[in-house]
Design a binder for this molecule. Structure first.
Ligand code: G6P
Ligand code: MN
Length: 439
């Protein structure tokens, strides 16, 4: 049985992930679960909820809650990372500062994502170092921490040998919905996909060897990718902003009748539209703080008082996916999953060492990317521009370079002019002075 540490134990996602682990104990046996967070106070609110989830399924799993990295990682076999550097308070800044300048406000796309990247790269590297120092030699870090594309590139540059697998639940959430539409379980789908994290396209959706993407495109054009069913079984995705996210896919599909775009492409391909519909005073961070976070904290308080835990946290594909990936790593299952991985020729006309999102077979030694071939010029160009923006941001972080940060912001498709880039960057330096390296 494994020792598993969760870095970012105080996250609103922790109870859901642990619930997913509990229903899969037969596949992924656990001796101990450890929660680790630098915010001990927040973590101590979530921990009793997590402990209750564990005890409902197992009396024998040891449960440890700590802010000490040595306690957290000593001898660990797996680390699930889901840190949010600066918490929702800083996410709110990531979203609101660009909006003040008429630019998309989003936690992973555009200036918000770049700012979040500047906060997260070095703490992620520190986590890799803790794991290298204390954990089992063969330990894997499975990383959900955002902005995943930038974090992946930062870790590749600074700790090329770290055993980190970066993942995102967006493609698999899309596959869950595709499965619902087609009436098959998502595990039955074999998809082809190319891109960067939050910046890619599905090119094929095979069910028993038959490509169902054309049929899915027709369905999506009429109803969106969100079936009513999926919205009900997965409350996170019935949030108004989430539903909107999937609706916005339609104009992209109408204009480019090829492939199926990741919904995040809306921020890059129609930024003006997005800004027009964003409320600069109440963004997704506010929605999450007033919704998911409040609900979980209230449930924790109620549990403390009454001993009864209300059903107040999200269990779904987010937790299920990280457990799937961990199982494949643990037992060399070589399952095919969409993950973020060094290209190594998988996308023939992108750099060999770019961190791309493609299907890969997950072995006990890590992901083996599947060849997606060369992509069309249009897509290649969009990808190269986005890649350059993200790579410059990583270099800005490593070198403490204002100029490279400004280049990263300027190259981002969500940012219309150099002047916008500079004004936003300067505001962000101010807001992030407790978090960013000196630029
Ligand atoms: C999806 C994305 C994640 C992102 C999350 C935000 O799951 O794949 O990268 O962090 O959405 O969700 P939220 O509910 O916090 O806006
Ligand atoms: Mn993601």
């Amino acid at each position: 049985p494994f020792i598993l540490s969760i870095a970012g134990g105080g996250s609103t996602y922790t109870p859901g992930i642990v619930k997913s682990l509990m229903v899969r104990l037969a596949d992924f046996p656990l001796a101990e679960i450890r929660l680790y967070d630098i915010d001990g106070e927040r973590q101590s609110v979530i921990a009793p909820v997590v402990e209750k989830v564990i005890r409902d399924h197992s009396q024998s799993i040891k449960f440890t809650v700590t802010t000490d990295p040595e306690v957290a990682f000593s001898g660990a076999h797996f680390v699930f990372a889901q840190m949010r550097v600066g918490q929702y308070k800083m996410r709110e800044q990531d979203e609101k500062i660009p909006l003040r300048h008429g630019v998309v406000g989003q936690e992973t796309c555009g200036p918000g994502g770049l700012a979040y990247g500047l906060r997260t790269i070095l703490p992620m590297v520190e986590l890799c170092d803790f794991v290298e120092r204390y954990a089992n030699q063969k330990a894997w870090i499975v990383n959900y921490s955002n902005p995943a594309a930038i974090v992946a590139e930062g870790v590749r540059r600074l700790r090329p040998n770290a055993r980190v697998l970066n993942i995102c639940d967006m493609p698999v959430a899309a596959m869950r919905n595709m499965g619902a539409i087609l009436g098959v379980d998502r595990h039955k789908l074999e998809v082809d996909y190319f891109g960067l994290n939050h910046f890619g396209w599905f090119t094929r959706v095979l069910v028993d060897g038959e490509d169902r993407l054309p049929e899915l495109r027709r369905h999506i054009a009429k109803f969106g990718l969100l079936t009513e069913d999926a919205a009900q079984t997965d409350p996170q995705h019935s949030d108004p902003s989430w539903v909107k996210t999937w609706r916005h896919i339609k104009p992209i599909m109408d204009h480019f009748p090829e492939f199926l775009p990741n919904p995040y492409l809306q921020y890059y391909l129609m930024p003006n539209d997005i800004v027009e519909h964003q409320n600069p005073d109440y963004t997704r961070a506010n929605e999450v703080m007033d919704g998911r976070e409040k609900k979980l904290f209230a449930a924790a308080a109620e549990y403390k008082q009454t001993g009864i835990l209300p059903d107040a946290f999200h269990v779904g594909v987010h937790g299920a996916f990280i457990v799937d990936v961990a199982c494949s790593l643990a037992f060399d299952l070589r399952q095919r999953h969409l993950v973020i991985v060094e290209n190594k020729g998988a996308i023939a006309n992108l750099p060999y060492d770019a961190m791309v999102e493609v299907p890969a077979y997950i072995t006990s030694e890590g992901p083996e990317p599947v060849r997606m071939g060369a992509v069309p010029l249009f897509h290649q160009t969009l990808l190269m521009q986005q890649l350059a923006s993200e790579q410059l941001l990583v270099e800005a972080t490593i070198e403490g370079s204002y100029e490279k940060a400004l280049q990263a912001f300027t190259l981002n498709r969500t940012v219309p002019t150099m002047q916008h880039a500079k004004a936003i960057l300067d505001d962000m330096i101010e807001a992030n002075r407790d978090y960013w390296p000196q630029l």
